[in-house]
Ligand binder design. Structure first.
Ligand SMILES: Nc1nc2c(ncn2[C@@H]2O[C@H](COP(=O)(O)OP(=O)(O)OP(=O)(O)O)[C@@H](O)[C@H]2O)c(=O)[nH]1
Length: 251
């Protein structure tokens, strides 16, 4: 049975290496702590359908590697993101000091309108804390970010972080501040849930942001009939948010 939802939001999890991004994603998707988490190579993907204010929202989440050597790869995943969890480790001032750079990347490479929640992770390690709640909440306020301290280990505030971000995006849509219909290229389509990861992978391979209709055009000119038929099978004639990763799918 195919999955149905009202909206599809593309999310990023960004921040320095070792801050707990993969563990946060794992906790959110699997509801448990990821033991023996290794450094992410490039990006990892997870998705979950949540209920926000009576609407079903599919979060399509890209967990990016924090290590500098993957930066050029991970940057290519920013485009079109509607929301982001910007993660630092409360026991590492170094990861906190790097926040400004991550923030600049998110706002320039994703969208100036991207909704970002700052997550001070490893809240359970309060005894080793190097960054106070107060200074981080001031930083968040100055930079128009939402803010939470989280623990991927205990699960504290993890669900809340993703939900808060999604709720804010949805509120902006409902108040008219964001219009998912207008965000598309005009001739766009909403891919089916099965096709979406494929399209995003292709975007990265091709090095361009492509709406499904552009993809079809590209495949037509490059003569890839197999891929074209795969896409044709799964595309639906609705908006594909190329400006902001917000897509609406009517049930
Ligand atoms: N105590 C505690 N440890 C955590 C928490 N979250 C993650 N860790 C540990 O922190 C380390 C790094 O976690 P990852 O999730 O792999 O970090 P990451 O940010 O994804 O790292 P990169 O993939 O290199 O960017 C691992 O040893 C985790 O077990 C947490 O909330 N509390």
């Amino acid at each position: 049975m195919s999955e149905t939802y009202d909206f599809l939001f593309k999310f990023l999890v960004i921040g320095s290496a070792g801050t707990g991004k993969s563990c946060l994603l794992h906790q959110f998707i699997e509801n448990k702590f990821k033991q023996d988490s290794n450094h992410t190579i490039g990006v990892e993907f997870g998705s979950r359908v949540i209920n926000v204010g009576g609407k079903t929202v599919k979060l399509q989440i890209w967990d990016t590697a924090g290590q500098e050597r993957f930066r050029s790869v991970t940057r290519s995943y920013y485009r079109g993101a509607a929301g982001a969890l910007l993660v630092y480790d409360i026991t590492s001032r170094e990861t906190y000091n790097a926040l400004t750079n991550w923030l600049t990347d998110a706002r320039t490479l994703a969208s100036p309108n991207i909704v970002i929640i700052l997550c001070g992770n490893k809240k359970d390690l309060d005894a080793d804390r190097e960054v106070t709640f107060l200074e981080a909440s001031r930083f968040a306020q100055e930079n128009e970010l939402m803010f939470l301290e989280t623990s991927a280990l205990t699960g504290e505030n993890v669900e809340e972080g993703f939900l808060k971000c999604a709720r804010t995006i949805l509120n902006k849509i409902e108040s008219g501040e964001l219009d998912p219909e207008r965000m598309g290229s005009g001739a766009g389509h909403t891919p089916s849930p099965r096709t979406q990861p494929l399209l995003l992978q292709l975007q990265v391979c091709l090095g361009v942001v492509i709406s499904p209709s552009n993809l079809l055009r590209h495949l037509e000119t490059s003569g890839s009939l197999f891929m074209k038929s795969v896409c044709n099978l799964h595309l639906q004639p609705l908006s594909f948010g190329s400006g902001l990763g917000v897509m609406e799918r009517r049930l």
